[in-house]
Design a protein around this ligand. Sequence first.
Ligand code: PLP
Length: 392
Amino acid sequence: MTGSHPRKSKTSSKTSRLSESVIREMTRMATRYDALNLAQGFPDFPAPSSVKQAAVRAIKQDYNQYSVTWGSPDLRKAISEKAGWFNGIHADPAREVTVTCGSTEAMMASIIALAETGDEVIILEPAYENYRPSAVFAGATPVPVPLGEDFEIVEERLKDAFNSRTKVVVVNTPHNPSGRVATEAELRAVADLCEDYDCVAVTDEIYEHIVYDGRRHVSLATIGDMAARTVTISGISKTYTVTGWRIGYTIAEPEITNAIRKVHDYMTVCAPAPFQEAAAFALRLPRSFYSSLAKEYQRKRDYFAGALHEIGFGFFEPEGAYYILADFSELSRKDDHKFAVSMTKDCRVAVVPGSSFYGESTKGKTLVRFSYSKKDSTLKEAVARMERYFRA
Ligand code: PLP
């Protein structure tokens, strides 16, 4: 070709608006410096052996080809059963449930199915880092709305953000990175605004089984008429310690589900077939499994939160999920990136810089996020390393 044509950018403006995942970057740094990885939210202990055996069985039984694109019938039935007894959501497995490659794909497929150029997607901040990219890939505009001091949903702030262009609001409870569990009153405020402005809520409920101190997880879809305008997202990654299996799902009324299924089909065809069979098995574990899970994480929270307080971090005590978003300003005057890098290289405990949970990089500068979804021995060693490092 001659040089007479105008130069084009090799990549799209959508990708240039996004930076690489900071959580994955911190994980790579943890490996390089042999640090304990309290950055990425995956457990370092094994999945329940009966769940692993179910996956092995499925491969032996030759569940090795594409499944039905929106999910194996048995898994959709198991999701619908669990949504009924646990969430109080009545979902038709044939028309309202879609199985995706993790809740990450569920969020991306939902937002692409719902929003487009000119639409606004409200994201409550701090927020898990995949919501903003989902809005950007849809061509929509992400609109950050700050949560309150204790990470509560502040109705007035939401009211100020909603307008005629608002199409979607993303709600995450139990919340990553703060561990806050939204109350029914807060969710009711979101529901009222969705109805007033004719919007759809997309809820990320991946930590729904990890709630502490007798709290109850409430699904937004069960409030008022929200079942008609909510996409409920969850998955098996966190509950069954299988983040690498990539099984998530959406529950939504048929018109929305049809749109999500189109995006999902063209994007990934289907979620991994043998793991879908194992997921159906896992979702039917006895209910005692879920209460033990919450109890076990509550014990880890008590230990780790106590230790971080002793060391000098300040934070909101998690009510659910398995993260602590900690203020380190009593310990260091560094910014969040420098502090996270020195924690990883010098203290050898990897954490995530707080600003990565905000669209604006000026926010979260005195915060880092710890994940305590780790073996007791890992948490103990992390505490010992921090005690040595900060008391030196
Ligand atoms: N949503 C939240 C709030 C998360 O914290 C995470 C993982 O850390 C995910 C979604 C990803 O879940 P999945 O493995 O199902 O894609």
